[in-house]
Write a protein that binds this ligand. Structure first.
Ligand SMILES: N[C@@H](CCC(=O)N[C@@H](CS)C(=O)NCC(=O)O)C(=O)O
Length: 253
């Protein structure tokens, strides 16, 4: 994946999006997919995972990714504000349901995937545990350990919390299927399906052809996914169907 540098991105007008480089970070990949599906032009630039990213912090006030900067507007970092920006700048079918109750369901589901203490937060704690297993307490000095709430106690609870989300998602997909829908909310694609397609990497890393991760990285992600135990296959079937119909493979990062 070609990224421009932070200083080049800073000198450009329009929309610039910081994405984690070299790691299939679902927050960055889903933000990109939402912008692409809405037909919004943007320039991706690199955030270096687990590093200080001094220039990015000086410019945007944020160290991690994604960070979306549109012209001279304030930087946007949370999933919903990036989806709202894509709705505003883009065109085509909306990724947000119009019905209030469906919209609340979509926002709740995606927030439970993406926001602190939700599914992916716990998936990441599992991943960080594999780093802690390898490095011991020296890992506690890494930026991600300082930022994403790893403690032995949080790590011990993380698999159960992530599984609770997956069980709810599987039940929801079965109910939707019985009602004749192939999507998580309503009967068409919403941001919830897109975010799940990428966040599912915490459960299953996809094939090397679909997701060309470095071997060492894949081994780490697979080991942490295995800590979730066997999950209902419907959540992965849904991911595969969303990729087949709406999203690009192989993943590029
Ligand atoms: N701002 C995002 C969360 C972003 C986030 O958690 N990013 C992580 C994804 S693993 C990241 O940038 N990791 C690399 C790092 O922290 O250096 C949100 O909408 O909640």
């Amino acid at each position: 994946m070609d990224y421009v540098s932070v200083s080049e991105a800073k000198s450009m007008p329009g929309l610039r999006l910081a994405c984690v480089k070299g790691i299939p970070s679902p927050w960055s990949l889903a933000a990109r997919a939402v912008l692409e599906l809405r037909g919004v032009d943007f320039v991706p630039f690199a955030q270096e995972g687990n590093a200080p990213n001094t220039e990015l912090v000086e410019w945007t006030g944020h160290r991690n990714a994604p960070v979306a900067v549109y012209d001279d507007e304030a930087p946007r970092v949370r999933w919903l504000e990036i989806v709202h920006l894509a709705e505003r700048l883009g065109s085509g079918p909306s990724l947000i349901p119009t019905d209030l109750s469906d919209r609340m369901t979509m926002v709740g589901l995606t927030s439970e995937m993406s926001e602190p203490y939700g599914f992916a937060w716990n998936g990441r704690l599992l991943l960080m545990s594999t780093i802690h297993d390898a490095m011991g307490d020296a890992a506690l000095d890494l930026p991600i350990f300082k930022e994403y709430g790893w403690s032995q106690e949080a790590a011990d609870a993380s698999a159960g919390r992530a599984r609770e989300f997956i069980t709810m998602l599987a039940d929801r997909l079965k109910a939707q299927r019985s009602a004749g829908s192939d999507y998580l909310v309503t009967d068409s694609l919403t941001a919830a399906d897109i975010y799940w397609a990428y966040f599912s990497v915490f459960v299953d890393t996809m094939t090397p052809e679909q997701n060309p991760m470095e071997d060492q990285l894949r081994a780490m992600w697979d080991a942490s996914g295995a800590k979730l135990g066997v999950v209902d296959p419907i959540v992965i079937e849904h991911r595969d169907r969303i990729f087949e119909k709406h999203l690009k493979l192989p993943l590029e990062y």
